[in-house]
Design a protein. Structure first.
Length: 341
């Protein structure tokens, strides 16, 4: 069964929803949420890995006045299928997103890394000699710590926090909020299930949401369209949480938080209560979505991969590093679009 990319949507949406409840409620619910979530010293284990000596291709480290100073907070969110019968070597992180929250905590940018992005992964004894391959292999070879190291090397960014999300709870979470509405530009049938999405607005319950965000084959741009669906669904879910009264319905909110907590593993240093307070002014309208720029394809030992656009990636990663994503999106307005397939 193909793995898919969507539970990541819950993480940011719930944090935004908690923040949207106001300072007092955000702290109260986040404290409850925090006690339920599993923790792992992902950052510590990543720092213990051998340093990457390969020169980065897409990183600008100096400006007119010297070394560039980073600003804002970076969250790495990994969507992982962790079925009981699978080992880590069988798994892939088919959802990789970087969430950059600016220094004012008033705006966030969500950057998707398609699973087939052709990037450098350092040597992994007994598994990989080092070199370029598809980014989603990093999780199988080294788990979340290796993915963190690879993304940090690729972008030149320090990753402040990591959230790993299991796909298993998403269907229930979608149903708890009463489903979401997404706009589909052109009717399309999912080849795996036979379900047909009609052109226009489609209401997705948990089952249909799973199909919608998993689909890759049959879409004009394959994995790129799937990434757009992930971004669209994240935006729709965040809107739904804020608009339907989930935050003021204790029973529904408790159910939502319990399901989210079951699916999350966060780094040991992530303070969810403090995060909710920091994001107290953030709404889904304060989010922008984009995908790392690619240009064509390249043949690799792992199959066809996405060749990254060097100039485009440098521009994006520089904007993230210097906390100037607002300027980046003004220069590239099309990159910020959230569209269906």
């Amino acid at each position: 069964m193909a793995r898919w990319a969507k539970v990541v949507v819950v993480t940011l949406a719930v944090l935004i929803g908690l923040a949207g409840a106001g300072f007092g409620a955000a702290a109260l619910y986040a404290e409850h949420f925090e006690s339920e979530v599993a923790r792992d010293d992902i950052l510590g284990r990543a720092s213990a890995l051998p340093k990457i000596t390969e020169a980065p291709e897409y990183v600008i480290v100096t400006g007119p006045s010297g070394a560039l100073r980073e600003s804002g907070t970076n969250y790495l969110v990994l969507g992982v299928d962790t079925r009981a019968t699978w080992t880590q070597a069988q798994s892939r992180s088919d959802t990789i997103m970087l969430i950059h929250v600016d220094a004012s905590h008033r705006h966030a940018s969500v950057v998707s890394f398609p699973r087939d992005s052709y990037v450098y992964i350092p040597p992994v004894p007994g598994r990989w000699a080092g070199g370029k391959t598809k980014i989603n292999a990093a999780y199988a070879w080294g788990g979340a710590p290796l993915v963190l190291q690879v993304v940090s090397h690729l972008t030149g960014l320090d990753i402040d926090h990591v959230v790993r999300v299991d796909f298993a709870a998403v269907r229930k979470i979608t149903d708890i909020v009463g489903g979401v509405d997404v706009n589909v530009r052109k009717a399309v049938t999912d080849g795996r299930t036979g379900y047909r999405f009609r052109a226009g607005v489609n209401h997705l319950d948990g089952k249909r949401a799973e199909i919608y965000v998993r689909q890759r084959y049959g879409l004009a741009q394959g994995d790129f369209d799937r990434v757009k669906r992930q971004q669209q669904y994240l935006h729709a879910l965040g809107d739904k949480i804020l608009s339907m009264g989930v935050l003021t319905n204790p029973m529904r909110l408790s159910s939502l938080l319990s399901e989210v907590a079951k699916s999350l593993v966060v780094d040991s240093g992530l303070d969810l209560t403090a995060t909710a307070r920091q994001l107290s002014g953030l709404r889904t309208d304060d989010l922008d979505f984009t995908t790392i720029p690619s240009t064509g394809f390249v043949r690799s030992a792992a199959g066809t991969a996405n060749r990254l656009d060097k100039a485009g990636c440098r521009d994006l990663f520089l904007a993230l590093r210097t906390d100037t994503m607002d300027t980046y999106f003004r220069r590239h307005p099309g990159y910020a679009a959230v569209t269906g397939s």
